[in-house]
Design a protein around this ligand. Structure first.
Ligand code: PEP
Length: 253
């Protein structure tokens, strides 16, 4: 079965609620213009805008994602949001392990694993981010780092359908820098990730699971990245904030 590409926009800490609603309504028009092209689309606004985004996207196929989650079902965890609450707000996905969360908020492979497990339990799709820093790439540690993130981050997860989970390979040196990985660099690591997924889950699950590339994806480089065998879509930061560039990326996927 061919893998349907997924283009997911990570808005990070941008956009107010009215800006979110405006964007989502415009996105509806972009999706209509796709006229049956097979590409899935997701947006990940900040927590406070999720319910408004869900309302604005009602009646579309656009997936709503959160940018993070906490693993507990409820409790005294000030500032945190549980999987069930995300579902309640209209989400069907959540990003976990984004490099900004690993860097600034002490996210570890263990916490990524707990969050992914909690999302799966609630029937939500984790988008698990992995990727090496520039120093790690220079020291030729890319494969070792990514292997640890995949094996530890996905340990023991109950996945029996490839669409239950998405991986995003996001080399940290490419995020927000304008320095996109070459299609060959992305392919090399993503083929390696798919091989690992075969060992962690099973070869059929690995074949059907979507592996996104993230890191300075723009309309101009989308097609060449997407032409790679193991690049099944993109996690887009900066270029997902403007409907024009996000729409072009979706068109070119
Ligand atoms: C991201 O934050 O996930 C990302 C890929 O950002 P950008 O596209 O801006 O590099």
């Amino acid at each position: 079965m061919p893998r349907i590409p997924l283009i997911a926009g990570n808005w990070k800490m941008f956009k107010t609620i009215p800006e979110t609603v405006d964007f989502c309504l415009r996105l509806k028009d972009e999706i209509t213009a796709l006229q049956g092209k097979k590409v899935d689309v997701a947006v990940a606004p900040p927590f406070n805008s999720l319910a408004a985004a869900a309302q604005a996207l009602r009646g579309t196929q656009v997936f709503l994602a959160a940018q993070d989650v906490f693993w507990a079902e409820s409790g005294a965890y000030t500032g945190e949001v549980a999987p069930r609450m995300l579902k309640d707000a209209g989400c069907c996905m959540a990003i976990v392990g984004h490099s900004e969360r690993r860097q600034y908020f002490h996210e570890t492979d263990e916490s990524v694993n707990r969050k992914a497990a909690a999302l799966l339990k609630e029937g939500l799709i984790p988008i698990v981010c992995v990727g090496e820093t520039l120093a790690e790439r220079k020291e030729k540690l890319t494969f070792r780092v990514v292997e640890r993130q995949i094996r530890d981050g996905l340990k023991g997860l109950a996945v029996n359908d490839p669409l239950q989970l998405v991986i995003a390979y996001e080399p940290v040196w490419a995020i927000g820098t304008g320095q996109t990985a070459t299609p060959q660099q992305a392919q090399e690591v993503q083929a390696f990730i798919r091989k690992l997924l075969g060992e962690v889950f099973s070869p059929p699950i690995a074949r059907g699971m979507r592996i996104l590339y993230g890191g300075s994806v723009k309309p101009d480089n989308t097609a060449e990245l997407m032409a790679m065998e193991d690049v099944d879509g993109a996690l887009v930061g900066g270029a997902s904030l403007e409907i024009k560039s996000f729409g072009q990326i979706i068109q070119r996927a």
